[in-house]
Write a protein that binds this ligand. Structure first.
Ligand code: ADE
Ligand code: ZN
Length: 327
């Protein structure tokens, strides 16, 4: 209880959270009510929480896309992003790198400029209204061809002020990281940082591929690195941070249960890790709960928890002045 209060009051940074996955159940229910008759998503927040019961990773992705499909107008996207800023501030999150999948909106008729104008306006308003600084990671939804190409194009052609990094999400099995090597090379050449998902539901080889083929500087999840001692050594030596999301891994079935979560083994191997939510309401969690889960798994006291929070600031892509203000 005392540690819980300490965590709740601790200023934190969140480095792995998806914009649609962070939408509060009441915003999702409001959108479902607006589009009733053309969505399987329930129009009641309590039922939305029940709807988030995933059989496995594939089912999670399917439900995620049903929520994505509720964002049909610019104001839907604005309200979602602004609300996420408010929810993060309520958790004492002062800085967040939010993964946006532009393809989700391009595929539903949004123009590239429109997506960027809306999220940038919501980002600035959230910072003014709530004090939380948001930065963007634009990610490829694990689909080669036009979806990958248009993700790169919107990042480089629009280059919104808040954009700091380039990512890769969606399905991992049967989706070789190397497919996207040209996209990451171009994004990195333009100064964007590389943060692909890897080793979430597949193996350590996927993490090696993310490092070698995509120049990963941090890895989203990366938990299956634990299978390969040489990889653990490489991550530690090159200071490649894993942005770990414990409850997400249990709720999607990536890990059988919390007791078997690799987080303690990763930390024991000297791998830099941060603790994050991924898709907080979808997994019935928030950043304070994830910090409590990590404290339990790692037997941390308040000092240990504060160290975890500082690791996230250091591993972030915030500018030097922003980092100094948070450390
Ligand atoms: N998109 C949203 N959450 C995700 C996850 N955990 N893995 C891959 N893609 C995602
Ligand atoms: Zn993720």
């Amino acid at each position: 209880p005392e540690l819980t209060r300490f965590i709740a009051g601790l200023p934190k940074a969140e480095l792995h959270v998806h914009h649609v996955g962070a939408a509060s159940p009441h915003i999702v229910a409001d959108l479902a009510a607006r589009y009733e008759g053309s969505t399987p998503v329930p129009a009641d927040p309590a039922l939305v929480e029940k709807f988030y019961d995933f059989r496995d990773f594939a089912h999670f992705l399917q439900v995620y896309l049903q929520v994505v499909d509720l964002i049909r107008k610019p104001e839907d996207l604005w309200t979602l992003i602004h609300g996420v800023g408010g929810d993060l501030a309520a958790q004492q999150v002062r800085y967040a790198e939010v993964t946006v999948t532009p393809h989700s909106h391009l595929a539903r008729g949004f123009a590239p400029e429109e997506i960027c104008e809306v999220i940038e306006d919501a980002r600035r308003r959230a910072e003014t209204d709530f004090g939380t600084v948001l930065r963007w990671c634009f990610d490829i939804p694990g689909i080669p061809g036009p979806p990958a190409d248009e993700t790169l194009s919107i990042a480089l052609d629009q280059r919104p002020d808040g954009l700091v990094s380039f990512g890769l999400g969606g399905a991992e099995a049967g989706v070789p990281r190397a497919w996207f090597a040209p996209h990451f090379a171009a994004a990195r050449a333009a100064g964007l940082r590389s943060v692909p998902h890897a080793g979430e539901v597949t193996d350590a080889q996927c993490v090696w591929d993310a490092i070698r083929d995509l120049g990963a500087e941090r890895i989203e999840h990366g938990i299956h690195s634990v299978q390969d001692p040489a990889l653990l050594e490489h991550l530690a030596e090159h200071n490649i941070t894993l942005d770990v999301c414990p409850t997400s891994n249990v709720r999607t079935g990536a890990v059988p249960d919390l007791a078997e979560h690799p987080l303690p083994a990763l930390v024991a191997a000297g791998v830099p890790v941060t603790v994050n939510t991924d898709d907080p309401p979808m997994f019935g969690t928030d950043l304070n709960r994830e910090y409590a889960v990590a404290a339990e798994l790692l037997s941390l006291d308040a000092d240990g928890v504060a160290d975890l929070a500082r690791t996230a600031v250091r591993a972030s892509f915030f500018d030097a002045a922003g980092k100094r203000a948070l450390l």
